[in-house]
Design a binder for this molecule. Structure first.
Ligand SMILES: CC(C)(COP(=O)(O)OP(=O)(O)OC[C@H]1O[C@@H](n2cnc3c(N)ncnc32)[C@H](O)[C@@H]1OP(=O)(O)O)[C@@H](O)C(=O)NCCC(=O)NCCS
Length: 164
């Protein structure tokens, strides 16, 4: 990962930058087909940034150094999944910033945060998102089964998990 990028928790001052990030992410086909909208995603991110709690859902941001723009995010629950696990709800980089190691660094930061509370991290990945499946597999995630029509009708999710 390049030195000119910062990974940090979201804070209330990020509202405007998060609205811009939400606007760009929600336009991606992957998120659109799950019903994401710029306004809806922006409102959810604002809520998460406004009231961070140690055990509630958390939001990490990838930011270009200085007062730079936001390049991506990860939202996750540090505990409460199958009693002993955390749950990665979404990890996404802006299209122009994928494939540079940022996702790897962001996933590592999520794992470090979850490890303090849980002994495993779970996530769901779309069955046809083969690039993301490879990304997780190369980082130690195993597939544990499928959930057809679980999040949206017609889409199958693969359950992945890693011992931390
Ligand atoms: C999946 C994602 C978070 C990975 O982050 P990234 O910064 O692109 O990945 P990195 O540069 O750290 O690592 C590159 C690895 O990811 C894989 N990869 C997955 N999606 C990729 C993409 N769109 N572009 C480039 N590499 C991608 C590469 O094959 C490479 O694998 P390898 O290191 O095993 O050879 C990111 O590509 C992304 O936001 N994709 C769109 C949203 C998405 O699919 N999120 C996951 C939902 S479950």
């Amino acid at each position: 990962m390049s030195d000119d990028v910062l990974i940090r928790p979201a804070c209330p001052a990020d509202v405007e930058a998060m609205a811009q990030l939400a606007q760009e992410l929600a336009q991606q086909p992957l998120l659109r087909r799950y019903g994401a909208t710029p306004a809806g995603l922006s409102a959810e991110l604002t809520r998460l940034a406004a009231s961070p709690t140690e055990r509630g859902e958390q939001l990490l941001l990838v930011q270009a150094a200085g007062p730079g723009r936001l390049l991506g995010l990860a939202r996750f629950h540090p505990s409460g999944t199958f009693a002993v696990g955390g749950y990665l709800r979404l990890i996404a980089l802006l299209p122009g910033h994928q494939g540079r190691g940022l996702g790897t660094a962001l996933l590592r930061a999520v794992e470090d945060a979850v490890r303090a509370h849980s002994r495993a991290l779970f996530l769901l990945v779309s069955q046809d998102n083969e690039a993301a499946q490879r990304f997780y597999a190369r980082r130690g995630y195993q597939q544990a089964g499928c959930l057809p029509d679980f999040v949206r009708p017609g889409l199958t999710e693969i359950i992945c998990w890693k011992r931390l």
